[in-house]
Design a protein around this ligand. Structure first.
Ligand SMILES: [Zn+2]
Length: 470
């Protein structure tokens, strides 16, 4: 096990990570609200959950990672009112797109993806506990609110000044039944035209906050290790999750809260997009690959704001090209000679540097620096032919091992139809020193999306802009 330290939003300190059950780390990430497609900024948050779970697994922990899909909330209800149809009709295409985007970005998938509409009884049961112990009350319209004055710890996560919420929250017209303007809705009474469920606490629908408490506790227990989300969720969403969960159970809800900073779209290309919201599909339309987007979102420390400029994806592309080219070179490398005596130490120290950086609050820049230093060293050893064939395999495996945390190496193994024959033809042309023909074939292959490079180990090819599962 490593000595991982994480900055816990609860208290703000860098703390040594110590799971409640060392044999099973339990973590929850707030997932998408599927009233529309998720945008690039949302995926920065989902990637934080992915990075944490991958790193914990790489470090030797068993991990249970849960993410929710919010498929009923105020925004979805609002859209339903405008567009008509059923809840399912509105959310199904967005859920399908979200799942496709997760796959493209190599996020998880989480061990469990839970849907709010499939946990209404659990939400009602949790609210019933809060009604029973006096932390919640029902209003005339059948809505149920959490009584903030009953919970003195309210505001601890967001470090609110006492009374701050009172001044900043506006009173919505339909919230006049509340005892206190700060109180938040756990349950909303039935309204004409809105979906409603019959439950033990009466008919209605859940508020957004209770959804995450009910789903996370159902899957992970009343106390668990890590909860992730974007900084915009600290208040009120996560503050409310803590209040309602701990008021119901009397137990500490979550040990470590991790929040990623915002993504700031400042580049011209991105700013052009409506409302500054770019979807992954927009990025791919501009010619970038999912794994380039993944790298661009991961390469900045999660707590630092990510300034997204026009060159962000180009930098990602260049870095990935270096990495994938090095792995491809090692894959192709053959040299019948004794093992390089320095290699084991080189690989071990790269691994140690990588872990040291990641243990330091997931310092991904430091971890990437360790990877690229190793790439430079290995490239040099390939150039001077100091490695044996077995060394090259060990070195490629070492890079892939570090990449099991990062998930960014793309060494495709599938050529487009007809490309294999052209590559063979080109190898024959080169053997016959027919340089013009070889150049012509290189151009033909390039047009098919296959980049060819000539090395001592023969021609090396890469499918440009395509990714493998590796
Ligand atoms: Zn949530």
């Amino acid at each position: 096990m490593t000595r991982l330290k994480l900055t816990n939003t609860l208290g703000g300190a860098l703390e040594e990570f110590a799971p409640l059950d060392p044999s099973n780390v339990r973590m929850y990430s707030c997932g998408p609200t599927v009233y529309g497609p998720s945008h690039v900024g949302n995926f920065r948050a989902f990637l934080l959950g992915d990075l944490v779970s991958r790193y914990l697994r790489w470090s030797g922990y068993k991990v249970m990672w849960v993410m929710n899909i919010t498929d009923v909330d105020d925004r979805i209800i609002r859209d339903l009112g405008e567009k008509g149809g059923t809840l399912d009709e509105l959310t199904a295409p967005n859920i399908a797109r979200f799942m496709a985007d997760l796959g493209g970005l190599r996020i998880g998938p989480p061990d469990v993806l839970t849907r709010a509409t499939e946990h209404i009884p659990e939400m009602a049961a949790l609210i019933a506990r809060l009604l029973a112990n006096g932390h919640a009350y029902k209003t005339d319209d059948g809505s149920i609110y959490f009584r903030i004055s009953s919970w003195p710890a309210y505001g601890t996560l967001a470090r609110l000044e006492p009374g701050a919420a009172r001044q900043t929250e506006r009173v919505a017209a339909d919230d006049y039944g509340k005892d206190d303007v700060r109180d938040f809705a756990l349950w909303k009474g039935t309204k004409p035209g809105e979906p409603a469920w019959e439950t033990e606490i009466g008919p209605g629908r859940p508020g957004w906050h209770i959804e995450c408490s009910a789903m996370s506790m159902k899957q992970l227990g009343e106390s668990f290790d890590i909860h992730t989300g974007g900084v915009d969720l600290i208040f009120p969403h996560h503050e409310n999750e803590i209040a309602q969960s701990e008021a119901a159970t009397g137990k500490k809800f979550v040990t470590t809260w991790l929040h990623n900073a915002h993504l700031q779209l400042s580049g011209q290309k991105m700013a052009r997009r409506v409302g500054n919201i770019a979807r992954p599909a927009d990025v791919y339309e501009d010619g970038y690959t999912p794994v380039e987007l993944r790298y661009a979102l991961l390469a900045t420390h999660y707590r630092a704001p990510l300034e997204w400029g026009d060159d962000t994806l180009d930098h990602a592309r260049a870095a990935l090209e270096r990495l994938s080219t090095a792995v491809a070179a090692l894959d192709a490398y053959e040299e019948d000679k004794a093992d390089d005596p320095d290699l084991p130490a080189v690989l071990a120290s790269a691994r140690a540097a990588f872990a040291l950086a990641m243990d330091d609050d997931l310092n991904v820049s430091g971890a990437l620096a360790a990877v690229f230093e190793l790439v430079r060293d290995l490239n040099r050893r390939v150039d001077v032919r100091s490695l044996s064939s077995a060394d090259a395999q060990r070195a490629a495996a070492a890079l892939r091992d570090l990449d099991s945390v990062l998930g960014v190496i793309s060494v495709p193994d599938t050529l487009p139809d007809g490309a294999a024959a052209l590559l063979e033809e080109r190898a024959a042309a080169r053997a016959a020193k027919e340089w013009a023909k070889s150049d012509e074939l290189r151009d033909t292959l390039a047009a098919m999306g296959v980049a060819v490079e000539d090395t001592r180990d023969g021609q090396r090819w890469r499918v440009v802009g395509r990714v493998s599962d590796g």
